[in-house]
Design a protein around this ligand. Structure first.
Ligand code: HEC
Ligand code: HEC
Length: 367
């Protein structure tokens, strides 16, 4: 058993003090926590290989060695020719000699091409090198030496006819391989989400002085974005009550809030007409009773007016046995639960009507 002797205590104490004094200055910051990373730690972490091959370790590997490594370490998940789709998207396949010439994979634009392999989409060979070195094999990442990555990558490239079967891939010739990547010209840069009069729709200038202190966030759908997904009214949806809303209606005018309200109301109206088609009668019946008894002067089904929205009342008491209490509150009036406005007594509503209304409210006020 370990005993905490005075000697060990002193030794530990001195050790700690020693360690503290050797901490780099940067780590002795405001909070006195942490320490600067050592060069070795930074080196272990700094493994990215960039498209211009900055960061690529020196080394080389043959297709032959790569095939062996592939069979023993990679094929179990990706298949013998990297075409298996049982585990993940196939890595290789779907590219042609013509694609290698043009640098743009033709079948990516074809509506009949359902599967996209990695070699079809990836524009840079550095990405493959980096990814394999960093993340593969999936169950044992960071176990490959640079030379092994060169060889297994050479094998993959040979399967895609980018290099020959007797090829040796190295840091010296990898740039030439880049010139044969089938989708090297497939990169698109989007400056903004939408292009408005030839300009990106978003821009940001870093503020360096006299900057606003409080930012007001808002969100609005600009006119140009309204049909970003086409006119939904023309697109038949097979699920849900909304059969598609004409996304270009109603016209946007007034404040952002007004527009949001109008658009919401318009969309709801299409929902109602979908309900009508279904011949929904229950809520029509209830709304008729609510109208007759004057409740709708102060209430609406799903928006707050003078009184709370009925859906909100339903939500608040969901699962509780509140039927009798609510009958009493409506009949005798109530105050203080939903805000400052009181509900005056409603003596005229019949027992039957009130029962039916409260049942409906407590079931969530379904439309
Ligand atoms: C245990 C299963 C497994 C093994 C073994 C394995 N992989 Fe993978 N590999 C995966 C999975 C899963 C993904 C997708 C991971 C993801 O998208 O997060 C993947 C993705 C990849 C990709 C695609 C990278 C991209 O750009 O999307 C490459 C290339 C790759 N693996 C190469 C290899 C190589 C080379 C080996 C052998 C050294 C190997 N894999 C071994 C499961 C495996
Ligand atoms: C003059 C306006 C007004 C009328 C008319 C009115 N209410 Fe209310 N109602 C309110 C207000 C305000 C509240 C919130 C009262 C509170 O804070 O407790 C409320 C609350 C409610 C509640 C929730 C009660 C609770 O305890 O949480 C129900 C249910 C309700 N009303 C149903 C009805 C029904 C049914 C009718 C018609 C018979 C009706 N109301 C008529 C204004 C009205």
């Amino acid at each position: 058993m370990f005993t905490w002797s005075k000697r060990t205590a002193i030794a530990v104490g001195v050790g700690l003090a020693g360690a503290l004094f050797t901490l780099p200055a940067a780590a002795q910051s405001e909070y006195g926590l942490g320490r600067a990373a050592t060069d070795t730690e930074v080196e272990a972490w700094d493994i990215d290989v960039r498209p211009d091959f900055k960061g690529l370790p020196k080394g080389q590997g043959t297709v032959d060695d790569g095939e062996e490594l592939w069979e023993s370490t990679c094929a179990s998940c990706h298949g013998s020719f990297a075409e298996s789709n049982s585990f993940f998207t196939p890595l290789i396949g779907g590219t042609t000699e013509e694609d290698i010439k043009t640098g743009r994979v033709e079948s990516l634009t074809s509506p009949t091409q359902t599967s996209r392999t990695i070699i079809m989409t990836v524009p840079t060979v550095s990405t493959l090198w980096d990814y394999i070195y960093r993340a593969m094999p999936w169950d044992n990442p960071r176990t490959l030496e640079p030379d092994q990555v060169y060889s297994v990558l050479a094998y993959l490239l040979s399967l895609a006819d980018i290099v020959d079967f007797d090829f040796t891939l190295s840091d010296e010739n990898i740039a030439e391989v880049q010139d044969r990547m089938p989708n090297r010209n497939g990169v698109q840069f989007w400056e903004g989400l939408w292009n408005v009069d030839g300009e990106p729709d978003t821009s940001n200038t870093a503020c360096m002085e006299d900057c606003v202190e409080e930012i007001e966030m808002s969100s609005e759908l600009p006119e140009r974005a309204r049909d970003a997904h086409g006119d939904l009214a023309e697109q038949m949806r097979i699920v849900g009550p909304v059969r598609g809303v004409n996304s270009l209606e109603p016209a946007l005018q007034g404040t952002v809030e007004d527009n949001a309200d109008n658009v919401r109301e318009y969309a709801r109206a299409t929902l109602d007409s979908a309900d009508d088609e279904k011949g929904d009668s229950n809520s029509d019946e209830i709304v008729a009773r609510l109208d007759e008894n004057g409740c709708m002067a102060c209430h609406a089904i799903d928006t707050k007016k003078v009184g709370p929205a009925f859906v909100d009342v339903g939500k608040k008491y969901d699962g509780e046995d509140m039927h009798d209490t609510l009958v009493k509150n409506v009949r005798e009036g109530s105050s203080g639960t939903w805000g400052s406005a009181p509900m005056p007594p409603n003596p005229k509503v019949s027992d039957d009507d009130l029962d039916m209304i409260i049942d409906w409210v407590l079931s969530g006020a379904p439309e």
